[in-house]
Design a protein around this ligand. Sequence first.
Ligand code: ADP
Length: 377
Amino acid sequence: MAGPAAELGITLRVLAEGADDPAAQVLTDVRLGGPDDAQALAGSAEGADALTFDHEHVPGSLLRELEEGGVAVRPGSGALLHAQDKLVLRERLGSMGVAGPRWAGVSDPSGLAAFGDDVGWPVVLKTPRGGYDGHGVRVVGADDVADTADWFERAAASGDGRLLAEERVDFARELAVVVARSPSGQACAWPVVQTVQVDGICHEVLAPAPGLDDDVAADATATALRLAHELGVVGVMAMECFEVAAPDGSGRAGVLVNELAMRPHNSGHWSMDGAVTGQFEQHLRAVLDLPLGDVSPLAPWTVMVNVLGPQREEHADLHRALLHVMAHDPGVKVHLYGKAWRPGRKMGHVNVSGPDLEDVRARARHAGDFMTGLIDE
Ligand code: ADP
């Protein structure tokens, strides 16, 4: 958010765990402390017009204390809970009649076995809180149920003991709808995108989702806007979902909602270069209750490819790749986050826009693969 904030003359203060954290590298007003440090949180919020997030790990109890003390927490703790706890989200989606995978809260391996026997194997087992990029998600077959005992022990030690079990959805592809909503209720939605995940990590986003049926796009967008409204979300929200042949048995294609993020999200990074208003600027506008910007695409297609931490340390300095990537294709937009190297870690992304999807996709992949050290020319 630092870039658009600077352009708009908005002053940001960041609470960071370390002085080397990406946001701390680019802002001058940095407070050090963890997301569960009540004093550091209160100090960061002091005098601010709004408090917002770039991850979901600030405990709801601390946010509620700040809200009681008059801090404008955006999104508020009540909305954010649905992005923090996958069981809470599943319950809420059920009561709203929003389609999702069949699921159950299970407390032990025998509960998981009963669920799998009911919906069919394999199933997907998830820790309700704290997961990201596929950490905290595993596929369990009928023969591996006993291996899940340690997950249930950890769940009992850290929460109410329940894990989320879901049917494994046989989806055609994964989609995401990114929307923004302001406290006065203005809302907007970028075009529905296709996300390509490998081992639970997003590798690529195609904007808009190629060949998506207009009715499916309209239904998914309406669902995301309805969720943002009914949950009282403020800021950017991403709704990740699965496209399936017939979610309601009607024979018509549609989506099942997987999860929500309430912050600028990987599935919206394409908008930084591919839309009139990018998600980070829009998030700032929304949390400050400024009028929202136009979300129209600037080109027929934008493809985003994540730059994942190279496997070999000799490729860890991503700046070494800039010379080649920039010289090879002046249309590539590179974003690096200043994160410490770890193989597979999301360390940046590239965006390419243009009139031909296959061309744009090939160029974005080339730049991403070069930066990741997978190719050397
Ligand atoms: P995270 O919190 O790590 O993002 P997700 O719930 O989004 O976890 O799961 C990560 C990935 O695992 C998804 O993008 C999808 O590819 C796969 N996945 C998750 N749930 C299911 C499911 N019920 N059926 C099939 N695949 C799933």
